[in-house]
Design a binder for this molecule. Structure first.
Ligand code: CP
Ligand code: NVA
Length: 317
């Protein structure tokens, strides 16, 4: 059975952090998707040799938390919950102290928090890999699973169009970076005032130009999805924006991903959502459960993509 050395672009990832989708090269992103699909199909088995992943989650999570735990178990390792509620993190122990202490016990940290700067601060003090398990700015592990799902549906992702409709949020940002690296044409459709971060749009557009893809921001749902191969949406109010919920529902009127909108896309288009979803708001029940939906395959792929990522960060080639 092949070893991780069969995926040469991954060699340089050993010991590194993943704070942003843009931390990876196009070749590394492709190799991670290949390894993930080989792990999923049982074509390769990797033993990480009893390693431990610490999980510091300051926001709720079902998929990310469980898929990281199962991925570590499948690699022969384990996870420890270090959430603020059960550790001194919640009582204000400085990041600099927490990161240095945990680096003596565990082999990697997966962190879900609010500010990207806090994640970067953990990474700057830790001597072990730090993985972004979602911040307000990015969700890079999600994007790997999303493009793995697109790759499974179409064989390869290069040259395809992925249209994300909704809030220009963390999920959109990582889809832009990761898609750009893979040569995908990424369209973000959003109401005026809910565009992706300008710096992310600029950086991802440059990456896309260098890899044969494109990044576009549009303000009309039909124009955003026309002819696309994947239609994607996410919640209108992310974690931390609960108080804006009512105001956002008004602003996003007309932006629900419905079957009618799906019919504007390519006839082979797939429907994606990172979950959790609110049926009747950002996505209709029909689009979620319809024949084009790959949403539950996508959720499964979190496990395979993260297993590949952990193997690349933790296992010697
Ligand atoms: N998609 C996602 O990250 O789900 P969780 O919030 O349940 O981890
Ligand atoms: N944008 C959402 C994604 C949840 C997985 C949030 O940050 O809450």
């Amino acid at each position: 059975m092949a070893a991780i050395s069969a995926y040469p672009p991954l060699a340089e990832l050993r010991g590194r952090d993943l704070l942003s989708s843009a931390d990876l090269s196009g070749e590394q992103t492709k190799a991670l998707l290949l390894l993930a699909s080989d792990l999923k199909a049982g074509r390769i088995h990797i033993d990480a040799g009893g390693k431990t992943l610490g999980l510091i989650f300051s926001k709720a999570s079902t998929r990310t938390r469980v898929s990281f735990s199962v991925a570590m178990a499948r690699l022969g390792g384990q996870t420890i919950d270090l959430n603020p509620q059960v550790s001194q993190v919640g009582r204000g122990e400085p990041v600099a102290d927490t990161a240095r202490v945990l680096s003596r016990y565990v082999d990697a940290l997966a962190i879900r928090t609010f500010a990207q700067d806090e994640l970067a601060e953990y990474a700057s003090w830790a001597s072990i890999p730090v993985i972004n398990a979602l911040t307000d700015l990015e969700h890079p592990c999600q994007a790997l699973a999303d493009y793995l799902t697109l790759q499974e549906a179409f064989g390869s992702v290069e040259g395809l169009t992925l249209s994300y409709v909704g809030d220009g949020n963390n999920v959109a940002h990582s889809l832009m970076f990761c898609g750009a690296l893979l040569g995908v044409n990424v369209r973000i459709g959003c109401p005026v005032g809910f565009e992706p971060d300008a710096a992310v749009t600029e950086h991802s557009s440059l990456l896309a130009a260098a890899h044969g893809g494109s990044v576009m921001v549009l303000h009309e749902p039909e124009a955003a999805v026309r002819g696309a191969h994947a239609l994607y949406t996410d919640v209108w109010a992310s974690m931390g924006q609960e108080e804006e919920k009512a105001e956002r529902q008004k602003a996003f009127a007309g932006w629900c991903l419905t079957e009618e909108l799906v019919s504007e896309a390519d006839s082979s288009a797939i429907v994606l959502h990172c979950l959790p979803a609110y049926r009747g708001l950002e996505i209709s029940a029909g689009a979620m459960e319809g024949k084009s939906s790959r949403i539950f395959d996508q959720a499964e792929n979190r496990l395979h993509a993260q297993q590949a990522l952990l193997a690349a960060l933790l296992v010697d080639t």
